[in-house]
Design a protein around this ligand. Sequence first.
Ligand SMILES: Nc1nc2c(c(=O)[nH]1)N[C@H]1C(S)=C(S)[C@@H](COP(=O)(O)O)O[C@H]1N2
Ligand SMILES: [Mo]
Length: 220
Amino acid sequence: MSEEPQLTGKIKDKLIATKEQWAKDGRALTGQSAKPEERLPPGQRLTKDFPVLDLGVQPNLTQKDWSISAGGQVKNALKWSWADFMAQPQQTYRNDIHCVTTWSRYDNDWLGVPMRAFLAAVQPLPSAKFLMIKSFDGYSTNLPLADVDRDDVFLGHTWNGAGLTRDHGGPVRLVVPHLYFWKSAKWIRHITFMDKDQPGYWEVRGYHMRGDPWPEERYG
Ligand SMILES: Nc1nc2c(c(=O)[nH]1)N[C@H]1C(S)=C(S)[C@@H](COP(=O)(O)O)O[C@H]1N2
Ligand SMILES: [Mo]
């Protein structure tokens, strides 16, 4: 068993309860749809800073403590250390972030490892259709395999020219820019490949199984 990292902070029970209530109330739903050419999805507003959103506990991880592993419906269950990870192809990305709490942030510059490099190493079985992502803070989120098997999805370690800070999920977070940002798990730890979809942390609490911002898949 690997050691559990120390967690800094306290679970934000109030914030979690508020967000759960938003799902019940359908908060921020406009009933309108928009097209990606319009750049700002319905019900979103632009911000220039980079808000921090999580459960309130942040793992104290060094590059040495961090690793990513995969299991479930795969041909090659694996575990990458930081060195294994950094030996993978690196790529730059620029994207927009859309958080379900209604802030959006344009033009984020990233450096990371393409998710397709990870998938190529893992070799999901034909039965694998969904992923459950697990993080070092106990967070989880689910995604269809088709939504990570894309050119714009990556495991990010650098944001706007500097190593990803702990509050934004450093050393490594998942980035899935075409879905609401709660799918972009910070402090990513393990990916389970599954034949059936299962809800993660927010999905259990009323949030959408997929989370496409254009048709406002906020709640489900
Ligand atoms: N491990 C983990 N990842 C997480 C979260 C979390 O609580 N724990 N929160 C999610 C939510 S709700 C959002 S909006 C984004 C926020 O990322 P940021 O703090 O870098 O802005 O991270 C997502 N990934
Ligand atoms: Mo969020």
